[in-house]
Design a protein around this ligand. Structure first.
Ligand code: AMP
Ligand code: MG
Length: 333
């Protein structure tokens, strides 16, 4: 990993899009708690692209229902309500998501953990009043985070009563991949799908330029830290600025270290490039937990994943690590 000193900078989640023959055709809806944008830049010979985009949003909204924390049709609520009891049949999408989640748990030595539901509830980041939980409550919730998950056919059981899944660190990426795969299957040639800053580009922009994105500056909300040429890659960014509160000048954010039950401390933002957005999403969350040093080593040891980790050095200056493979596509803003 190469360490580069920070220059004055910019950041956010801007898309600097090149290309376009006709169009682009765009759709935007709120799904999975975030704004999802589908932009098609070359629809090939596909007819009725607008209705294809609408169909994809309809399918994404099914994910919203399946992965809500409450509701009769929610798989996550079904599994939580029956934790420690009977195995429950789940939808194929949920099954695929959980299988991927467990795969990334292993790949990241459990820095990424899809069983964080009880801890997430204690901190209340998705409620109007997040707060520092009682340390005894964190201890009890941590015991549930390590509870077993058991699969038989398309059924799943959370082994301990009280267990709850939390797919907030991977669901957006899964939804982006779903959209991209469907568009490509339909014959669409180029586009970019974004869900709350996690995105995947495919096809070649017609102008000959590359897809480029701005990575948000973690401490200057209206600025970019850098611009990345991303080609046909998926990109996800996790950061301590997305959901947080402060007590006595200390920041408490929504990405929690499964070893301690407290917000991770080793870096302020992690951007990952991977072939799929599901991977990029899960690994960006995991790198936040690992922190700059361990996260940098992880990137070196795991070919096929490239990253930019922004952190405060010992003198308190904002700086970053970047995978050498990304250096040519990187420009400080
Ligand atoms: P992201 O923005 O993709 O990093 O996702 C953050 C969300 O992931 C949080 O709001 C939680 O719902 C969930 N989360 C928090 N900590 C973890 C963790 N260690 N592993 C997996 N998901 C987590
Ligand atoms: Mg994530």
């Amino acid at each position: 990993m190469k360490k580069i000193q920070l220059l004055p900078i910019l950041m956010g989640v801007l898309l600097v899009v090149s290309c376009v023959k006709k169009g682009p055709w765009k759709g935007q809806e709120i799904v999975l708690g975030t704004a999802v944008t589908i932009s098609v830049h070359d629809c090939g010979s596909v007819k009725g692209i607008e209705s294809k985009i609408e169909d994809i949003f309809t399918e994404m909204k099914e994910l919203d229902i399946l992965w809500a924390y409450k509701g009769e049709e929610s798989d996550l609520a079904l599994l939580a309500d029956n934790a420690g009891g009977e195995s429950q049949r789940i939808d194929q999408y949920t099954f695929d998501l959980l299988a991927k989640g467990l795969q990334f748990e292993q790949l990241t030595d459990q820095a990424f953990n899809i069983r964080m539901g009880p801890i997430k509830e204690l901190w209340g980041f998705h409620s109007p009043n997040p707060q520092i939980p009682d340390s005894a409550d964190i201890g009890s919730a941590l015991a549930l985070v390590d509870g077993g998950m058991f699969f038989a056919g398309k059924s799943c059981l959370l082994g301990l009563a009280g267990m709850k899944l939390d797919v907030g660190g991977i669901g957006k990426g899964f939804a982006v991949d779903l959209a991209v795969d469907k568009l490509i299957d339909d014959g669409v040639k180029a586009g970019l799908i974004e869900a709350g800053g996690d995105l995947r580009a495919f096809g070649a922009p017609r102008t000959g330029e590359k897809w480029r994105i701005g990575v948000r500056h973690p401490r200057k909300p209206d600025e970019f830290y850098c611009i990345l040429n991303i080609g046909e890659w998926a990109v996800a960014t996790s950061g301590d600025y997305q959901q947080y509160f402060e007590v006595n000048g200390k920041r408490y954010h929504h990405i929690i270290d499964p070893n301690t039950g407290y917000p991770s401390t080793g870096c302020v933002s992690a951007t990952v490039l991977a072939k799929t957005c599901t991977e990029a999403d899960a690994i960006a969350t995991a790198l936040m937990v690992m922190g700059a040093e361990k996260g940098g080593r992880w990137l070196e040891e795991n070919p096929g994943y490239f990253g930019l980790i922004i952190y405060f050095d010992e003198e308190g200056n904002l700086t970053h690590l970047i995978s050498p493979e990304l250096e040519d596509s990187f420009s400080l803003h």
